[in-house]
Design a binder for this molecule. Structure first.
Ligand code: BES
Ligand code: ZN
Length: 594
């Protein structure tokens, strides 16, 4: 049961969505038709869809006869049911509709909000329950659907989707250019995705490439040069890549997430373009979702850890394969620190918000999108691997993706499969030793979690402890990677003076770093100690990119102090119009107290 959808798929379910939409940038609306194919029980009288802020003009059957329909009551979190009467045997319905300019899934950007500053941009973000704000369908991760689309856009722009492109160059049509798409593999609607803009393309490998604005595309092609190799590595670990192409799309800076695993076309933040390929674990992560998430999907948002935990584990394995264990070990140590910090933020190891299988009754699924499903989920996978051995665990993973390919499963199904396929014939792996139930249903990080170790980061930590000592020579940092710099900042002493921070800044130029992760870590330290020399850089960072992971902690830190509060409020008032809806709904309560 998916408590975040009105659909009753046992009675009637959507199996295909055929979109015919025009992107109206002046009115900030998508306008057109969604034709749905319906698989129905013989006695079903109606079908229920999910909507939110949609304007429904007309509903018809395959012969063009109007069908009676009603919109139900609006719920602030899950929106509004659309119930459509189904005459006997009807299997096709067409909905004429348009989206609202406030549709939460759609961000309409003015030219000034893009890298090129010449053309507008539009993109969608469906996860978790936002697709219903741009497509009237059954918006549940348990209801898989194929789709086709024709999207008409203003002539200079190009449309891309999470699907196979049928018209790469588009076709001239009255009033613009039409692009056609088709996805034959059934996926949950949160994976339907569209972007429209001034987009260039660079090939990366035989089945991989990157789209970005012309101003960004060369930097993107450099950053992502290893992507074809990542796909090959993932295939040898998990089985065949079943989607054809794997492309990336680099979005304008206001994209609220790091990445989004839209099928065939990962959406990515430009803040990953560090110039030295040091943040590409993000690509490994989104690519891994081509198996965990897109091929085998969480059936409800309480099972989100199945998507993100398995993916985060696979991400680490892909990184190990490409860049070696030393590098992967550093990533694992950094991830563990993030997890412990997150458990703290969520109220400590007793807090129910640190449970893997999370209770979302009455809550927005976004509330469950913490580091817990990612890093605690991955820690469970790592423990399983070490308990049964890598060979057996790898065979299990492959069989898992084969067995459940193109289905949506709940936590219980995963645990059953795990017990019968992996744990049943090994006494040492019995549930009591693994504490499987505790891992999935109890808060905190169980005591039998493996402890990640990195000799390289241990050396960095020692340097961080001593570099401020009287007369100390600075450490030799000439070979340090981004991960070492992050660990250095993470392990600086709690008590440092403004003068110390000034010295560090002078030695290492933190305030002027272009690497988003390093700058973020430094800005948090600067805020903690009121190191005012970093404030102009902070303001630039808060106004020039819109990634929630960076914005939330920085605004929280500012709001926590009397001196920071007015700064936060001033910057927020200025930057808010440029932020995505998922970001303003996170930040409004923090900065405006609403
Ligand atoms: N699927 C998520 C993004 C997401 C989660 C969007 C929940 C909406 C609701 C994506 O795979 C992801 O996890 N992105 C991370 C980056 C990744 C490298 C950990 C992010 O955006 O921070
Ligand atoms: Zn993910």
């Amino acid at each position: 049961m998916d408590i975040h959808s009105y659909a009753r798929p046992a009675e009637a379910r959507v199996t295909n969505v055929a979109l015919d939409l025009r992107a109206d940038f002046d009115r900030r609306r998508l306008v057109g038709t969604a034709a749905l194919s319906v698989d129905r029980a013989p006695d079903a009288r109606s079908i229920v869809l999910d909507t939110r802020d949609l304007i429904i003009h007309r509903v018809t059957d395959h012969a063009g006869h109007e069908l009676a329909h009603r919109l139900g009551q609006v719920d602030a979190i899950i929106g509004c049911p659309l119930e459509i009467d189904l005459p006997a045997a009807a299997q096709q319905i067409a909905i004429d509709y348009e989206t609202s300019p406030q549709a939460a899934a759609l961000q309409w950007l003015s030219p000034e909000q893009t890298a090129g500053r010449r053309q507008p941009f539009l993109y969608s973000q469906g996860q978790a329950i936002l697709t219903r704000t741009w497509i009237p369908t059954q918006d549940s991760p348990g209801v898989r659907q194929t789709y086709t689309a024709r999207i008409i856009v203003p002539a200079p722009l190009r449309a891309v989707m999470s699907a196979e492109s049928r018209t790469p160059a588009g076709r001239e049509v009255p009033g613009g250019r039409a692009f056609e798409f088709r996805l034959d593999q059934p996926v949950p609607p949160y994976l339907f995705a569209l972007a429209v803009g001034d987009l260039a393309f660079r090939e990366l490998g035989p089945r991989t490439g990157v789209y970005a604005e012309p101003a960004t595309v060369d930097a993107a092609a450099f950053e992502f040069a290893d992507v074809e190799q990542m796909v090959t590595a993932a295939e040898s670990l998990l089985g065949a890549y079943r989607w054809g192409r794997y492309d990336l799309l680099v979005l304008p800076p206001s994209f609220p997430f790091g990445g989004m695993e839209n099928p065939l076309l990962t959406f990515a933040t430009p803040t990953v373009l560090a110039g030295d390929r040091s943040l590409v674990s993000l690509v490994a992560h989104e690519l891994a979702h081509s198996w965990s998430g897109n091929l085998v999907t969480n059936a409800t948002w309480s099972d989100f850890w199945l998507n993100e935990g398995v993916t985060t584990y696979v991400e680490h394995r892909i990184m190990e394969e490409l860049y070696g264990t030393e590098h992967a070990d550093m990533l694992a140590v950094l991830a563990r620190r993030d997890l412990l910090e997150e458990i703290d933020r969520l109220g400590g190891p007793q807090s129910r918000d640190t449970v893997l299988h999370v209770d979302l009754r009455g809550r927005d699924p976004d509330d469950g999108a913490t580091r817990i499903p990612y890093d605690k989920g991955a820690a469970l996978m790592t423990l399983l691997e070490h308990t049964v051995g890598r060979d057996r665990f790898d065979a299990f993973l492959k069989s898992y993706f084969d067995r459940f390919a193109f289905t949506s499963i709940e936590t219980a199904t995963f645990l059953d499969f795990l017990k019968t396929r992996l744990l049943s014939d090994s006494k040492e792996a019995d549930s009591a030793r693994l504490r499987l139930h505790e891992w999935v249903f109890e808060p905190g990080l169980p005591g039998n979690a493996m402890e990640p170790k990195s000799a390289r980061l241990d050396r960095v930590a020692a340097a961080a402890r001593s570099c401020l000592d009287d007369g100390a020579r600075g450490p030799d940092t000439s070979t340090w990677t981004t991960q070492e710099w992050l660990h250095f900042l993470n392990t600086l002493p709690e008590h440092v003076s403004i003068a110390d921070l000034g010295r560090l800044d002078e030695m290492f130029g933190f305030t002027t770093r272009g690497n988003s992760e390093v700058l973020f870590a430094w800005l948090r330290i600067a805020l903690k100690h009121r190191y005012l020399a970093a404030m102009p850089a902070l303001e630039r960072f808060l106004t020039r990119q819109g990634r929630r992971k960076f914005l939330r902690p920085l605004f929280e830190d500012l709001m926590a102090t009397d001196w920071g509060r007015p700064i936060a409020q001033r910057i927020y008032a200025q930057a808010r119009p440029g932020y995505h809806a998922v970001v303003t709904s996170t930040l409004d309560p923090i900065v405006r107290g609403a």
